[in-house]
Design a protein around this ligand. Structure first.
Ligand SMILES: [Zn+2]
Length: 432
């Protein structure tokens, strides 16, 4: 009788035991989420500390590579992250930040095998973030603008309101007399995923405001800067390049479908008043390979504008110091690689639109790689340092065109020198 009772208890307890173990196991599995600013991931399946993942490209025509996720329940585990698409990693693998989402690093070379990587977390690790590169969303801009030495001289205003009721920021830096000699327009994130451009932009802004030797820019030049042309895309974690039904950087012809592009087209000609000499659009290229692991300007079809780009590239090379290199010879002439007419059949780009505005001397796209610049890892700080070089080159260029008879207004100026660049075209690397 006694034995029978025990057997009965055991028979009742066994299922309970397995249920409890299953509960503990499921609670202990890694948990992935993307419900935060910039987050983007699709978990295809999970099992045995392996996660099968892919980016959410539902807004994208074709394939691209933006993803950004958080993973918790990781303490002491080795987890394998298996992506189910090609071309999802830079030469230095994924970017990651452990126990916070601020201290981003590259995982490193040769960490990715067959579209996946494993990561061994220490017992102290409770949560980690992984991303294509170093994320930059509205909170990062807030943090940057919150520094007193920035806000004292910079006016934060609204270009327009996004379809999802977000403010699309317009930053202004004006000379004290409010009668600038020239004006400069700078934009970024026509493609929401191109996050590294914003660290360069921080370097440009901080240098304009604070570098002693750049007083000319503070005294003579008015800047209008739009850090997020696709603000909703940035915050929602959408990839943005080749967005359907229309890429923001093809929205400068006919009737614009995006608020930010429509607002620029409406407001900039009046703001310029014939004084805007430079329009600069910051981008990031394809994720790896030829043309995508060095900084370059995208050559314009118009030979006069192209000559101005070449000159600016020379000035930029002169000022580029420190970890990251810039070679003016890496200029991508029109007609080479992806920079050909068929890349622009879906609409006009920002730089083509700006090139046509009255008195604009230099309208250009700059491509700044996500991770690898001639073998050197991109960091927040060296990207900002490159932004400083950009600010110096902007000053030199503006001084030159104000002094030189060979400005774009001089129609006799036809001789140009274009560096020869031999390039191949990755089927996806059409970038800006
Ligand atoms: Zn782009």
């Amino acid at each position: 009788m006694h034995i029978n009772m025990n057997l009965k208890r055991i028979s009742l307890l066994v299922p309970l035991f397995f249920f409890a173990v299953g509960l503990i196991f499921s609670q202990d599995e890694p948990v992935i989420s993307s419900d935060f600013a910039g987050g983007n991931i699709i978990v295809v399946k999970t099992g045995d500390d392996t996660l099968w993942l892919k980016p959410d490209l539902s807004e994208t025509e074709g394939e691209w590579f933006y993803w950004y996720f958080k993973v918790s329940n990781i303490s002491g585990k080795e987890i394998f992250f298996q992506f189910m698409m090609d071309n999802q990693f830079t030469a230095f693998g994924p970017a990651y930040s452990i126990n916070n989402n601020n201290t981003w690093k590259w995982y490193g070379e040769n960490r990715v095998h067959k579209n996946g990587f494993s990561f061994a977390f220490s017992p102290e690790d409770t949560v980690a973030w992984f991303c294509t590169a170093f994320p930059y969303t509205g909170k990062d801009l807030d943090s940057f603008l919150g520094r007193s030495r920035i806000m004292d001289r910079l006016v934060r205003d609204t270009l327009c309101i996004s379809p999802e009721n977000r403010v699309i920021e317009k930053l202004s830096i004006r000379p004290s007399g409010d009668n600038p000699e020239t004006r400069v327009l700078i934009t970024a994130r026509h493609h929401a995923c191109e996050m590294m451009a914003n660290y360069v932009l921080e370097g440009i802004i901080e240098s304009i405001l604070n570098e002693v030797e750049l007083s000319y820019l503070r005294d003579q030049v008015e800047f209008l800067i739009v850090p997020f042309m696709d603000k909703d895309g940035v915050e929602n974690g959408e990839q943005g390049k080749n967005r359907m039904p229309r890429d923001h950087n093809r929205d400068y012809v006919g009737e614009s479908i995006h608020q930010s592009t429509a607002a620029l087209r409406e407001k900039i000609p009046a703001w310029s008043g014939g004084k805007m000499k430079i329009a600069l659009d910051l981008h990031c290229p394809w994720i790896t390979g030829m043309n995508n692991e060095w900084i370059y300007l995208v050559g314009k079809e118009d030979p006069i504008m192209e000559a101005e780009q070449v000159r600016f590239a020379e000035l930029l090379e002169n000022h580029t110091r420190g970890e990251l290199s810039f070679r003016s010879g890496d200029f991508l002439p029109y007609g080479t690689a992806w920079n050909v007419s068929k890349s622009f059949t879906k609409g006009m780009s920002f730089s083509d639109w700006a090139s046509g505005l009255d008195k604009v001397s230099l309208a250009t796209t700059l491509e700044f790689p996500y991770a690898n610049i001639l073998g050197v890892q991109v960091t927040k700080d060296n990207a900002r340092a490159f932004g400083k070089a950009m600010a110096f080159a902007l000053m030199d260029y503006l001084k030159e065109i104000s002094d030189s008879p060979y400005s774009v207004q001089n129609e006799d100026f036809q001789e140009i020198s274009i560096p020869s660049t031999t390039v191949s075209c990755h089927k996806f690397n059409c970038s800006y």
